[in-house]
Write a protein that binds this ligand. Structure first.
Ligand code: NAD
Ligand code: SER
Length: 320
């Protein structure tokens, strides 16, 4: 069997932080190289500083470590992207095109490039949004994801690149904070609750969005990447569902643990972004092709988030 050497670009982000140990478990620590613009706070594994907008720098890393697989996670997300549309487009597209080209030129065996529910817009059905719904996103982030899906398909068809993708819902995790998305409230709410604080939510109480617990998101990623190529019928990006809930429902699930917890609703510009996205996702193609099935619902996720964040905050809280 060929030895795999895996590069994760954007390894210090919300998903990279949680994915890195899983890939090290799978491939061995000496075969996984983390790369990002800045050094990780607490990680002593193999790491290289990399600005993936620079093709020569990316090529040098791929050559130096004899990379065979790339997980490309660097991006500017939906909310942050709106503060600098052209800069966000340039970063999202330049890093993607560099990854595609280096993969083509250096015979990279497998590439993972995530998409998002942000690829959908006004003309997609809001409930059970199907795999092949019309894509007319309202954010520059969503536009860059639709473009990335099409570039991925192009490199697969034209060059035979084995590139795979998931349209992640909002990802919820305790390992690190999210990096500027519209679903970030659904992580921050747990941090407030565990610290005994009330929470100011930037979305309305009844804004339903598709979400997924990190454990499920990582399992989906690794299952997709492990699936035999002939089972992958979608080379743009697979719809992926975990759960769907509103801030009010999430608050109620937290109140089952902290009855005095209160959320105040103060919607801002992110409300319009959230309203342009699906409320529930039909992921039947992923289920059929490679057997996807989520394990976490809202109440199980809330229990895990509270238990893990309590372990994070308790030592801090108990210091006199
Ligand atoms: P994040 O913002 O938390 O992390 C992105 C990382 O990329 C950061 O550590 C950043 O320093 C790094 N980065 C930025 N520019 C870079 C560059 N030029 N070179 C190298 N590194 C660079 O993002 P995330 O939440 O971990 O998301 C990872 C991927 O998953 C993105 O493509 C995102 O669009 C997608 N996604 C995430 C979610 C979610 O809810 N987190 C949902 C849907 C899709
Ligand atoms: N969680 C992401 C965001 O809100 C979805 O891609 O931007």
């Amino acid at each position: 069997m060929q030895r795999e050497t895996v590069l994760i670009i954007g390894a210090n982000g919300q998903i990279g932080t949680a994915l890195l140990p899983r890939l090290r478990d799978q491939f061995g620590s000496s075969n996984v190289i983390a790369a990002d613009l800045r050094k990780p706070a607490n990680d002593s594994g193999l790491f290289t500083l990399l600005d993936a907008t620079q093709p020569e720098a990316l090529t040098e890393v791929v050559r130096r470590y004899r990379i065979t697989q790339i997980y490309h996670l660097a991006a500017i997300l939906s909310a942050k992207g709106e503060s600098d549309p052209i800069g966000s487009w340039n970063l999202n597209m330049q890093t993607l095109l560099n990854v595609l080209e280096v993969s083509r030129l250096h015979n990279i065996r497998k590439v993972f490039v995530p998409s998002s529910i942000a690829a959908f817009g006004e003309h997609a059905p809001k409930y059970d949004t199907p795999q092949n719904a019309y894509l007319d996103p309202t954010t520059v982030y969503g536009i860059s994801k639709v473009a990335a899906e099409n570039w991925s398909m192009y490199y697969h068809k034209r060059y035979g690149l084995d590139i795979r993708s998931l349209r992640y819902p909002g990802v919820i995790s305790y390992e690190s904070m999210p990096g500027g998305g519209t679903t970030d409230y659904a992580v921050a709410i747990y941090h407030a609750a565990v610290q005994g604080q009330s929470f100011d939510c930037f979305l309305n109480a009844d804004t339903r969005l598709p979400m997924i617990y990190m454990d499920d998101a990582l399992r989906a990623t690794l299952e997709l990447m492990d699936a035999p190529a002939e089972q992958i019928s979608v080379r743009t990006s697979y719809n992926l569902a975990g759960m769907s809930f509103t801030p009010a429902e999430q608050t109620a699930s937290i109140q089952a643990h902290f009855p005095d917890f209160v959320t105040y609703y103060k919607p801002d510009f992110r409300q319009a972004i959230a309203e342009s996205w699906p409320k529930t996702i039909d992921d039947s193609v992923a289920r059929q092709d490679w057997g996807w099935k989520p394990a976490f619902d809202l109440s199980r996720m809330t229990q895990e988030m509270i238990s893990n964040l309590t372990a994070v905050y308790q030592p801090l809280v108990s210091i006199p």
